[in-house]
Structure formats: C-alpha cells, structure tokens
Design a protein around this ligand. Structure first.
Ligand SMILES: Cc1cc2nc3c(=O)[nH]c(=O)nc-3n(C[C@H](O)[C@H](O)[C@H](O)COP(=O)(O)OP(=O)(O)OC[C@H]3O[C@@H](n4cnc5c(N)ncnc54)[C@H](O)[C@@H]3O)c2cc1C
Ligand code: FES
Length: 500
C-alpha cells in the first residue's frame, strides 16, 4: 500500500541538500530535519552560530511531514487534564508558550506553506463524551483562554451532542511545505544541511557523530530525532503510539477552514486542505500502541468509522505516524544526562511544541535564561505522581512485550511455507528470524531482536515494517532503522542460508 502522506505527495518540489561527504567539525550539530531541527538550525544560523544539520532521509520525512498540520494553543490531552496535573499557573504558561510559537510560525511561513488562521472546534458526537467538552470549557474559562460556545457544526461533520466549543484564531498549514522552506531559510543564513545522511553512531563524550560518509565533531549535539537515539532514561517514561490518517477529495459539502476535533466512542480529527486545485478532507483516528495492534485491521476500522460519520467516498491517501507522550503531560526539552540536548514527548502537539523546543534550546545554547518554561520541561525531571499512570502503562507494555516474546514463543513457521506478501517469525537452523516475502518473491530475513534494548519486533502490514512495542523503534524489512531510539539495524540473515 502506498502510505505517502497528502503533504508529502503535494508539497512544492524543493531542491535537495547534498549528502555529507567528508569529516567536519562545527559549533552545533543537529541530528534530525523535522520541524524541531530545522527551526533550531534557522535560529542558530541567524544568530551567527556555525551549525550542521544531518537528516537520515529528506527534510520533513519523519513525523512532521506525516502529521495533520494543525496549530493550536491547547493540548490534545485537554487543558482540563493539564490543570489537574500541574495547576492553573503552569497550564497558562503552556498556553502562552504555544501561542508564541504559533505567532513565530506565522512570521516565518512563506506563501507556499498555506498558513491560515482558523477556528478550533471541539465537540462530542456521542453522549458519553459530552462531559469532557463541559470540563474543557470550564478549564478554558478558568485560564482566561478566549472561546465561545455554539450548537451547530457545518456539514459533512458528524452532528454535535451538546455544546460546541470554539477557540478562534488558531492556525493550520502545509507542514511539509513549511519545513522545506524553513530549511532553505536556514541554509541561506549559513546552516550546513545534509540529507540522506543517517547518523549511525554517537560518541557523547567526544561529541562526535559518525555517518557512512563522514564524521561530524561538534561542541554541542542536539538530538532533534523526535525520540532521542540510544539508551536514555526518558524512553522508560514515554508511551509510544501510532495514528492512522486518511484523505480524500471533498466531493460534497465543505466545512471550511478549521481544526475539528469530534469526540465519540471512536474520535475523529478533521480538517480540509487545498492542493493542485483540489479540496481534500483529512481525517485522523485514535492512537494505538506501536507494535501492539493489527495495522491493517485498525486502518480498515478507521475507514469504516469515517465513512459512517462523513458518508461514503474513495480515500486517495492513507498514512500513519508516531507520537511519544511525556509521562506527566509535558515534553522533555533541554540538556540531558549525556550532555547533549533532546526534544521529545510532544504527544500529538509537536508542530507547536517542536517550535517551542527549538526556541528554548536556541536560547539555552545562546546562554540566555529561558525563564520558567525551560526549567519546567528539563529532561531530568521525574514527577512520579503527575506521570504515574503513563509510567505504569509504559513499564507494563515493556514487561509484557519481553515476557510474551521470551517466555511464550510466538508461533514459528517454516520458511518454505511463507507465501508472497506474508511475514512470520521463522526458524532457520534452530534460530528465530523475522521474515517477509516481498510481492516480487524476494525474501528478507532479519533478527527479530530490537537493537535498542532487546524486545522482539512485530510486523506492521500497512507500512511493511518491523515495529518494536517497547519504545517504538521501527525497522524496514531489510533491518534498516526507520525511526525510534534504535541506532543499529536489525542483524540480517544471509538469504542463501535463509532459503534452505
Ligand atoms: C498522525 C499525527 C498527526 C499529528 N498532527 C499534529 C498537528 O496537527 N499539530 C501538531 O502540533 N502536532 C501534530 N503531531 C505531532 C507532530 O507532528 C510531531 O510531534 C512533530 O512533527 C515532531 O517533530 P520533530 O522535528 O521533533 O520530529 P520529526 O518530524 O520526526 O523529525 C525527526 C527527524 O529526525 C530524523 N532522524 C531520525 N534518526 C536519525 C538519524 N540517526 N540520523 C539522521 N536523522 C535522523 C528523521 O528522519 C526525521 O526526519 C502529529 C503527530 C501524529 C503522529
Ligand atoms: S525500542 Fe526499545 S527495545 Fe525496541
């Protein structure tokens, strides 16, 4: 299945950046060219710092170019929940930081980013969710966030049950176009950017990062890789989820610009967007634990639910992306125990939090105090009470994955019985391998043991990848790392031996 996002499919063609070809040294090395890394590169270069950015794929090819492109002052878990965990003063600071980041994005967005101000609309379409909307409205009122209540929503959105909560003056854009043009702004300001340059090893003491084509030595390293690479205490604190997204040409009524969060037993996040003279409806569903669900069944369930609520139609784009949630509801931003900088735990709010993170880290690297927000989000914090349930959920998932796979072996099958398009854990000469036979018959066999911390990977049939349920590392069928904390590829099994 083609899982190219609508944004990546419709972004204006952008000239690429050359691969790194030699060993270099720099002031600041940024690993990762999503919204966090690119914004930081632009800020540092404009401040006169020498900066190198290395991106494993193309700029925006991580979560940024696979998101939904909405910019809002609130957070997906709800401000009501944030107030309960942290109190009103901190929730207000979160809103202020996020508002500042949205204004910053607007200031730097070129016309190709299609940024538009729009309302954010939250409502329940099933009675069971009405209470949540009422609590959220009370939280907004208590925090002084301007909002209004109405009762109707435009077609073709599912009909509202109870009040419809509207926060005006939010924004939405084309995330891939934005990040691509920001990368060029960074390059013009002097940042050295290299695409198709995967960091394969990091020596945090020596402050150097090795790639297949050169090593970068830096005074400071920033891991803008969405989840920090290698072993890091923060991984034990962050539940990891995938979300599926659909898009189709808008055949019927147009709800107009807006961020529509429609809460039901299965919730939908909806928006429209225009590309190449076509209007599209974009629709995201609930999040699911990475490596712990049947991807194809979940995508089909989303299609069924979306069609039930919005009417039938042909989906032209289907894709998926990953989020990492901070255990206590806040992201982790700043210098970590290894001496490098990290920016993670953004939940599904990271186009704004990634921009916040870039501004916080740029200020910290510039020696400026970042007031309370940088202190609040520092990676070393641990708030057992505020994050207790997420920590338990995460520890439970990891323990479950380790136990399920090491004590009760998944059923193994013979390699010869693996049909075209099928995947399985197969046994070859007494050893287990994660195998997939491609549609053209080619066989891929790799170790099923995740190179991050040893959990066993699970097949994702939608994206043809091996996904780790513990901390979200994902690998392509040949073992190459796609995303997550793992740095090393899954060990490959020699095909000649594997096909015996
Ligand atoms: C379905 C979905 C919808 C979302 N919608 C929204 C939304 O509407 N609004 C919002 O605010 N947030 C949204 N989010 C969250 C937001 O998209 C992310 O939090 C944000 O894009 C993260 O940006 P980033 O730059 O930190 O990471 P990424 O965009 O993932 O960038 C990290 C980059 O690092 C690179 N990288 C990784 N490893 C290496 C390596 N070893 N060497 C070199 N490069 C490497 C990757 O290739 C990648 O390009 C959504 C998330 C999901 C899952
Ligand atoms: S991602 Fe941590 S063990 Fe796989």
């Amino acid at each position: 299945m083609d899982t190219t996002s609508l944004w990546r499919a419709t972004a204006p063609a952008a000239p690429g950046f050359a691969m790194l070809q030699t060993d270099i040294s720099t002031d600041v090395l940024i690993v990762g060219g999503g919204i966090t890394g690119v914004t930081l590169a632009m800020l540092l270069a404009r401040a006169g710092r020498q900066v190198v950015l290395l991106e494993a794929g193309r700029i925006g090819s991580g979560t940024t170019g696979n998101s939904t492109g909405n910019l809002y002052v609130t957070v997906s878990e709800g401000l009501d929940s944030l107030v309960r965990r942290w109190g009103q003063d901190i929730a207000r600071q979160v809103v202020d930081e996020r508002r500042g980041a949205i204004d910053f994005i607007q200031l730097h967005a070129g016309s190709e980013s299609g940024l538009r101000r729009c309302p954010m609309v939250q409502y329940a379409f099933s009675d069971s969710m009405r209470e949540g909307i009422e609590s959220e409205q009370k939280a907004l009122a208590a925090l002084g966030v301007p909002h209004r209540l109405t009762s109707a929503v435009p077609a073709p959105l599912p009909q509202a049950r109870g009040n419809v909560l509207v926060i005006d003056d939010q924004a939405q854009f084309h995330p891939q176009a934005y990040v691509a043009q920001l990368a060029w702004q960074a390059a013009q300001a002097g940042a050295q950017i290299h695409e198709h340059t995967r960091v394969l090893e990091i020596d945090f003491k020596a402050r150097s990062a090795a790639t297949a084509t050169g090593t970068v030595t830096a005074k400071e390293i920033v891991l803008a890789t969405h989840s920090p690479k290698g072993l890091h205490p923060v991984h034990a604190q962050m539940p990891v989820h995938r979300e599926y997204v659909l898009a189709r040409p808008l055949g019927g009524p147009d709800p107009g610009p807006g961020i529509f969060w429609c809460q039901g037993d299965e919730s939908l996040s909806l928006r429209t967007m225009e590309a190449g003279g076509e209007r599209y409806l974009v629709c995201a569903g609930d999040e699911l634990k990475t490596g712990d669900h049947n991807a194809e069944a979940c995508l089909m369930a989303l299609e069924t639910n979306a069609e039930k609520q919005l009417g039938p139609g042909e989906w032209s784009h289907r894709w998926s992306a990953q989020n990492y949630r901070g255990a206590d509801g806040l992201p982790y931003i700043g210098r970590d125990i290894r001496g490098s900088f990290i920016a993670t735990g953004f939940s599904t709010d990271g186009l704004v939090y990634g921009t916040v993170a870039a501004r916080v880290i740029a200020a910290q690297l510039g020696g400026h105090a970042t007031a309370v927000f940088g202190e609040l989000c520092k990676p070393g914090r641990l708030s057992p009470v505020k994050g207790a349930s997420a920590l338990l959920e995460e520890a439970g998932t990891t323990a479950k994955a380790l136990l399920k796979d090491y004590l009760t072996h998944r059923q193994e099958q013979k390699l010869t019985s693996l049909a075209v398009g099928d995947s399985a854990i197969v046994e070859v000469e007494g050893e287990s391998f994660a195998a997939w036979r491609a549609p053209d018959g080619e066989l891929f066999a790799v170790s099923p043991v995740c190179t991050h911390m040893g959990c066993k990977v699970h097949w994702n049939s939608v994206e043809t990848s091996w996904d780790c349920p513990c901390h979200g590392s994902r690998f392509s069928p040949d073992g190459t790392v796609i995303e997550g904390p793992a740095i090393a590829a899954l060990r490959r099994k020699h095909i000649a031996l594997a096909t015996r």
